[in-house]
Design a protein around this ligand. Structure first.
Ligand SMILES: *Cc1c(COP(=O)(O)O)cnc(C)c1O
Length: 412
C-alpha cells in the first residue's frame, strides 16, 4: 500500500506529484480517484477508500447514486442552460418544495456557498434600505466563523489567516466572540442590519451553537428589528439529522444560505428567505448567470426526493447516535490524543490535544484508507454520506482506531 503524502511533502522531481498547471491553492493529499460507489472512492489502481469526508459535506448521498445519475442524465438529454432571462421549470419546482419544507417564502438560486452568503448579506442590507433605513447595513458575525472565500464573505468571517495580503477587509461586519449573549446585545447599534451565524461552525471545528443561544439571537433580532441570517451551507439538507439545523432550536431565520449537500455533488447554492426579508431584492438588484440552471435544479430535486422520503432523516439521527457512541469509545481509548468528541448529526469532529495536529490524523487515516477532513480548532471532521451503512460506520471506526494507534506509536 502506497503511503499517502501531503502534496506539500512531494518533491518536484517526483513524477507522481500534482501538476504545476493547477494553481497551488490547496494542500492536497496525493491521491487521484477514478470513480466512486456509495461511501467509497476508488483510485486508478483499484484501491478503495472509505469516504468519511463526502467532498466536505457535499456528497450527501454518497457517490454515483443511481437515482441522481438518472436525474442528471435525463435532464442532460433535454436542456442544460437557458439563463434566468426565462422561467426554469425545475428551478420553480425546487423552490416550491424548499418553501414547503422550511420557513422560507421564496428562494434565489446560485452556485456555491460563498455566493449564497454574499447574497444573504446583500439581501439584509437592501432590506433596510428599502424600509427607509439605509444606514442599517452592518452585520454582526462571530469569531471562528466561515462564510466562504469571496472578499465580502472573508470580511464577514474575519479570520486573519484568510484575509492576510488581500488589502483592507470590506467594511460592514462587527465580529464578536462565539455566543456571548450580553456582548451581542451591546454590539447592536442603529447601524446594525442583521446577525449572521452558522448553527454549527463546520470549518471552525464542529462547534455547536446551543439551541438556547439561537433562541436568544432570534429574540434579540425581533426586539431590535434586525434580521437573523443563518449560514446552513454545511449543516443543511439533513446533515445534522433534520432537514435544516435551525429546526432543532425551534426557531426560524429570516434569511438562510444553503449549498454543499443540496446538489449532492452538483454545484448548487440557494438563498432561502421570508417574503419580508426578500423585499429589498426587486428585479435588477441581484443575479447569477448559472444560478439554478436546469441541470443543477434537476439534481437538487432528486436529492430532495430522497432526503424527504419518510424515515430518511430519522435514519440519519439513528446513525448519528451510533457514531457518537463509537467515537466516545475512541475518545476513552485515546484520551492521550483525543480531547473531545463533537457531534451534530453526521457532522462530527474529533478535537485533538495540541501534541498532534489534525492534519497528522487526516494523513494517518488516509493511510488506513479512511478519508476525513481537517477543520479549525485542531479538529478532524468525520462527515460520512447521509446514507452510510452501519457496517461502514464500524469499518470507519476500525480504521480510525488503527490510525490513532499508529499516531500514538509515532509520537511516543
Ligand atoms: C463551505 C462553506 C461556505 C462556502 O461554500 P463554498 O461553496 O466553498 O463557496 C460557506 N459557509 C459555510 C458554513 C461553509 O461550510
Amino acid at each position: 500500500m502506497a503511503e499517502v503524502k501531503a502534496a506539500s511533502a512531494i518533491v518536484a522531481s517526483e513524477v507522481s506529484g500534482p501538476s504545476p498547471a493547477v494553481m497551488g491553492t490547496y494542500a492536497r493529499l496525493n491521491l487521484i480517484f477514478e470513480r466512486g460507489e456509495g461511501s467509497w472512492l476508488i483510485t486508478e489502481n483499484n484501491e478503495r477508500y472509505l469516504d468519511f469526508g463526502s467532498g466536505v459535506a457535499v456528497n450527501a448521498l454518497g457517490h454515483a447514486h443511481p437515482y441522481l445519475i438518472e436525474a442528471l442524465k435525463s435532464q442532460a438529454d433535454k436542456l442544460w442552460h437557458t439563463s434566468n432571462l426565462y422561467r426554469v421549470g425545475e428551478q420553480e419546482r425546487l423552490a416550491e418544495r424548499l418553501c414547503a419544507a422550511t420557513f422560507a417564502d421564496n428562494v434565489f438560486f446560485c452556485n456555491s456557498g460563498a455566493e449564497a452568503c454574499e447574497g444573504v448579506i446583500k439581501a439584509a442590507r437592501r432590506y433596510h434600505y428599502v424600509k427607509g433605513n439605509p444606514e442599517r447595513w452592518r452585520i454582526i458575525t462571530f469569531e471562528g466563523a466561515f462564510h466562504g472565500r469571496t472578499l465580502a464573505t472573508l470580511s464577514a468571517a474575519g479570520n486573519p489567516k484568510h484575509l492576510e495580503g488581500f488589502g483592507e477587509a470590506a467594511d460592514g461586519f462587527d465580529h464578536l466572540p462565539f455566543a456571548d449573549h450580553d456582548a451581542i446585545e451591546a454590539a447592536i447599534t442603529p447601524r446594525t442590519a442583521a446577525i449572521m451565524i452558522e448553527p454549527v461552525q463546520g470549518e471552525g471545528g464542529v462547534r455547536v451553537v446551543p439551541p438556547q443561544c439561537l433562541q436568544g439571537l432570534r429574540e434579540l433580532c425581533d426586539k431590535h428589528e434586525i434580521l437573523l441570517i443563518l449560514d446552513e451551507v454545511q449543516t443543511g439538507v439533513g446533515r445534522t439529522g433534520t432537514l435544516f439545523a435551525y429546526e432543532q432550536a425551534g426557531i426560524t431565520p429570516d434569511l438562510m444560505a444553503v449549498a454543499k449537500g443540496i446538489g449532492g455533488g452538483f454545484p448548487l447554492g440557494a438563498i432561502l428567505s421570508t417574503e419580508d426579508a426578500a423585499s429589498g431584492l426587486q428585479p435588477g438588484t441581484h443575479g447569477s448567470t448559472f444560478g439554478g440552471n436546469p441541470l443543477a435544479t434537476a439534481v437538487g430535486n432528486a436529492v430532495l426526493d430522497i432526503v424527504l422520503e419518510p424515515g430518511f432523516l430519522e435514519d440519519v439521527s439513528r446513525k448519528s447516535g451510533l457514531l457518537r457512541q463509537r467515537l466516545a469509545e475512541i475518545e476513552d481509548q485515546f484520551a492521550d490524543l483525543v480531547a473531545e468528541v463533537r457531534v451534530a448529526g453526521l457532522l462530527c469532529g474529533l478535537k485533538l490535544h495540541n501534541r498532534i495536529a489534525s492534519s497528522d490524523l487526516v494523513a494517518a487515516s488516509a493511510n488506513e484508507h479512511l478519508l476525513t477532513v481537517g477543520a479549525g480548532d485542531n479538529v478532524v471532521r468525520i462527515l460520512p454520506p447521509l446514507n452510510v451503512s452501519e457496517d461502514e460506520i464500524s469499518d470507519g471506526i476500525a480504521r480510525l482506531h488503527q490510525a490513532l494507534f499508529r499516531l500514538r506509536k509515532d509520537t511516543l
